[in-house]
Design a protein around this ligand. Structure first.
Ligand SMILES: Cc1cc2nc3c(=O)[nH]c(=O)nc-3n(C[C@H](O)[C@H](O)[C@H](O)COP(=O)(O)OP(=O)(O)OC[C@H]3O[C@@H](n4cnc5c(N)ncnc54)[C@H](O)[C@@H]3O)c2cc1C
Length: 603
């Protein structure tokens, strides 16, 4: 049972604001009489193509992805208006996501006014405008379709028609954004004003929103996806681990228990999360909006700007306090906060574990992190099922052939940054999954196996960690240090992953976990949840202030949910006492702990 996107849509309130945005769906954006720009994500009917919002930072926009798991997806369709008839030069912003000595796996064509355009798109390496043929458009309404040819992750960002031969669209990202906004007539973003603005709607972001809203704060929650829950959502499918601590009442509203990946119970938990969030009247959820700009004033965050993933619309959202729950510490990074990435040297915080040596922590700090997973499912059908050959996946999958999958399908590499190279990492996992499945199908014993589901949103475990007044480390966990400002408690083991390839394993996309078992609870101080430099910024989730090993226990989602709830309550005290998070630590920490549920004598 798939939860329908429309059931989740809650229109965020933008009271008293006028929009000057020109919709490019029915009347194509047009900078005069001679050119038309269409964003693929704005197509009215997306057919089987998916909106992929993950890589805006790297390639400039959300795009449509033909995620058919080897079966070409249904055409995406829309109409647009040309003010002049005539021959137009066609450009398509796309990418061959796996270039090599084979036919590009993501090939597609366009159909314009019922005629297939002969140019094959998705055949040139790297995101760029691929030049097509010249073709005639009618004056008035024209029809356009994206025709997927492979079912293997073709991607289309935008389509540009121009009558002017010398007019080629810009490639450089900053210039491209300005050019697109101008073409679409996006002149001024809409505005909303809130007490608390949260970026990222994983369990941490949702927990923060509920805690603050219940106490009367007006909250904006910006979600770059149509579903809430981050890694626990149906788009990624991880259940929430860790304890509920003192905040079970709120976490029960948003968690996902350990159900089978994709089961009806997992969907029921997602539905529960959406109902509880959507029904909270103090929360405005901006679904399908990606934060891409942080505006600063006097060293504080003045507002966040976000772009829609399904239209060229932008919003600007301001608040008194901000919480970065993007997992990637994106708000903090754009605000100029310092961060860490990768593993600390073992001696920096005494995090050595001799039994595992470098696999646990290195002599010299490095850029290694836990990796990204593309979750997938297979099923046994009652008949023989075929699967296409995938020569383009061979280099990655080699002869690996596992008919089922688990969390340990995970990829990280010293050479690939979990944020800057996120699309390459996700695509590497596509090659692993599809190449593996082609291999599986070569064995007649697997004839009835069928790919049931493959995620296209990568599940991340670790990337940027923002720095707070306190950096949480392994010894805080193993010593069960109880802080005067403890706001989160956990008991889960420290669980650090490494790529099995480091020990000579045949493929590079399978990981192994090392568990450091614990006998006692451990505790996280509030000082690790607010930025040491940006006075009105807190961080809840895997981007909190910690070392690499310090993250390896509390990165699970009930724990990050506890962090979010602590930050949500802290935001209410910031408003009540007209202070910032550090002021809450310095003067109101008892009140914060009481709100969370810690008793006076607890230590
Ligand atoms: C395969 C796998 C298995 C795991 N197993 C478990 C497990 O069993 N149990 C468990 O609890 N944890 C597990 N983890 C770890 C856990 O899921 C992560 O550490 C988790 O992501 C932490 O939650 P978070 O809220 O910090 O981040 P996320 O869940 O990643 O949430 C961040 C949210 O912010 C959104 N976002 C990012 N950028 C923007 C932007 N610019 N604008 C708006 N929104 C944005 C993201 O789309 C996402 O929805 C697993 C992780 C993986 C990948």
């Amino acid at each position: 049972m798939m939860i329908q996107r429309r059931n989740f849509l809650k229109v965020a309130s933008l009271t008293g604001v006028s929009s000057v945005f020109i919709n490019s769906l029915s009347a194509a954006s047009n900078d005069g009489s001679t050119s038309i720009l269409l964003d693929a994500v704005s197509f009215k009917d997306k057919g089987g193509w998916k909106v992929d919002p993950q890589f805006i930072e790297q390639m400039g926009s959300p795009y449509l992805l033909a995620h058919g798991m080897g079966i070409p997806v249904a055409n995406a369709k829309t109409t647009f208006t040309a003010s002049e008839a005539g021959d137009y030069q066609l450009w398509v912003r796309t990418k061959d996501w796996c270039p090599g000595a084979w036919e590009a796996p993501g090939r597609f064509q366009l159909m314009v006014n019922g005629k297939l355009v002969e140019t094959l798109f998705g055949t040139e390496a790297g995101w760029n405008w691929q030049k097509g043929i010249k073709l005639p458009l009618k004056s008035g309404e024209n029809k356009i379709e994206l025709v997927d040819l492979t079912g293997f992750e073709g991607r289309c960002d935008a389509i540009y028609f121009t009558k002017n031969e010398a007019d080629s669209p810009p490639s450089e990202l900053k210039e491209l954004r300005i050019w697109r906004d101008k073409k679409h007539g996006v002149k001024a973003p809409d505005k909303g004003e809130y007490d608390l603005v949260i970026a990222g709607a994983g369990i941490a972001g949702c927990g923060a929103a509920l805690a603050a809203a219940e106490k009367g704060l007006k909250v904006a929650l910006i979600s770059n996806r149509p579903v809430l829950g981050g890694n626990s959502s149906s788009e990624i499918r991880v259940h929430t681990l860790g304890i509920h601590g003192k905040v079970s009442r709120i976490l029960k509203k948003i968690d996902t228990k350990h159900w089978r990946n994709g089961s009806k119970e997992a969907y029921a938990d997602e539905k529960k999360r959406h109902e509880n969030m959507d029904n909270e009247e103090n929360i405005s959820i901006f679904y399908d909006y990606s934060v891409d700009t942080v505006n600063m004033q006097d060293g504080m965050i003045a507002s966040l700007e976000a772009r829609s993933n399904v239209s060229p619309k932008r919003v600007i959202i301001s608040g008194k306090q901000y919480i970065d729950s993007t997992g990637d510490g994106l708000v903090g990074q754009k605000a100029g906060a310092t961060s860490r990435y990768g593993r600390e040297a073992k001696d920096e915080f005494n995090e050595a574990w001799d039994k595992h040596g470098d696999l646990w922590s290195p002599k010299v700090k490095d850029k290694r992190t836990m990796g990204t997973t593309v979750m997938w499912n297979s099923m046994k059908s009652d008949k023989a099922e075929t699967f296409p050959a995938t020569p383009w996946a061979k280099d990655v999958a080699k002869s690996y052939a596992e008919p089922t999958s688990e969390w340990y399908w995970e990829y990280s590499s010293n050479d690939k940054h979990q944020i800057h190279d996120a699309e390459d990492i996700r695509d590497h996992m596509f090659r692993a999954v599809y190449g593996n499945f082609s291999n599986v199908k070569m064995n007649p014993l697997n004839a009835k196996y069928k790919l049931e589901w493959v995620a296209y949103i990568g599940g991340k475990r670790e990337s940027r960690r923002l720095l707070g007044d306190y950096i949480y480390t392994m010894s805080d966990i193993t010593n069960s240090t109880y802080f005067e400002d403890t706001v989160v408690e956990e008991e889960r083991e420290i669980d650090a992953h490494y790529q099995k390839a480091l020990k000579g394993y045949v493929v590079d996309f399978i990981s192994k976990a090392i568990f450091y078992r614990l006998k006692k609870h451990y505790y996280i101080p509030f000082r690790s949840l607010y930025s040491k430099e940006i006075p009105n910024l807190m961080m809840a989730g895997r981007c909190f202030s910690c070392s690499h090993i310090g993250l390896c226990g509390p990165r699970v989602m009930n724990t990050t949910g506890q962090m979010g709830i602590a930050c949500g309550y802290a935001a209410t005290l910031c408003v009540k006492h007209n202070t910032n998070p550090r002021g809450v630590y310095q003067k109101h920490i008892k009140e914060l702990r009481t709100l969370i549920g810690f008793t006076k004598d607890e230590a």
